[in-house]
Design a protein around this ligand. Structure first.
Ligand code: SIN
Length: 284
């Protein structure tokens, strides 16, 4: 437990990122002093977790709005009556989950999302964890030579190959129906490969296996070897932490500093989460 805070208790989850915050009730309107401390933990640990919260949709939205505007998801189904809350669900008879490989939410947007919140409503008895990786740590541990090469590069990101028509046509993908509006998958964006985090000022590696296509001015084939090197490096276990869900748990991750992956190891069980995404700003 870290003792530096007056209004919350903080327990780091891994060596590279992640911290669990306790001593807070998100069903109440949290005071500004407490929010300031939560923000400090979010900045330092890049993904924060809360337990035993069991929020109503109204209180999920109220907490999310303390961080910025809500991005209404174009592709996910939403909770009935709450278009701001996306549904991340897998039924017992479905095989594919949502977010089952490494990615950074919304990197295909010109102003990518600040962060995403996941609220656990129904979880399997075992399995269904989420793994996070620190893109600060990934960057910091590169050689000076590669850092300097990457510092001059920008990368192309797209939503089309993930959410577009090609996905909708895939017969064996049963996330079709949970993921919709393939015609809305038109987003393409170019961002620096190394970004300066807008709040912490730290350098972070900003490419991801889900949505990055290649480097600006390079073909996809030319980009592939270097991207694959970076992906293998960034996914090293010592740069990650793994969160085991219980009903009422919440995770809130910083999309400018992390990747995440939902482990799909609970076939035959239901997992149902609410997700709210917070709008961000253009990256530099
Ligand atoms: C996501 O990628 O947003 C889903 C993560 C999860 O379900 O754990």
């Amino acid at each position: 437990m870290i003792d530096d805070y007056n209004t919350i208790r903080v327990k780091p989850l891994g060596g590279a990122l992640g911290a669990e915050i306790s001593g807070i009730d998100l069903n109440e309107a949290i005071p500004d002093e407490q929010l300031t401390e939560v923000r400090q933990v979010f900045g330092q640990y890049a993904v924060i977790f809360f337990r035993n919260q069991n929020l109503t949709p109204e209180n999920e939205i109220r907490f999310a709005k303390r961080w910025g505007e809500i991005n209404t998801n174009r592709f996910f189904s939403s909770v009935e009556g709450y278009p701001q809350i996306a549904l991340v669900v897998k039924e017992p008879d479905q095989k594919n989950n949502i977010g089952g490989s490494w990615h950074t939410d919304h990197s295909y947007d010109t102003a990518p999302a600040l962060g995403s919140m996941l609220f656990a409503h129904e979880v399997p008895v075992s399995g269904g964890d989420t793994v996070f990786a620190s893109m600060y740590r990934a960057y910091d541990t590169l050689s000076d030579g590669l850092k300097s090469t990457l510092g001059n590069l920008r990368a192309r990101h797209s939503s089309v190959h993930v959410f577009g028509a090609a996905r909708a046509e895939k017969g064996n993908d049963d996330t079709v129906g949970r993921i919709k509006n393939p015609e809305a998958a038109t987003q393409e964006a170019i961002h620096p490969v190394v970004i300066i985090h807008p709040e912490t000022g730290r350098k972070s590696l900003y490419v991801n296996p889900g949505f990055t296509l290649g480097f600006e001015g390079w073909s996809d084939e030319e980009s592939k070897p270097l991207l694959e090197y970076l992906y293998a490096h960034a996914a090293r276990p010592e740069f990650t932490c793994r969160f085991q869900w219980k009903e009422g748990s919440i995770a809130f991750w910083d999309n400018r500093a992390t990747w995440h992956l939902a482990v799909n190891d609970y076939q035959g069980s239901r997992r149902m989460m609410h997700r709210i995404t917070i709008e961000g700003t253009p990256l530099s």
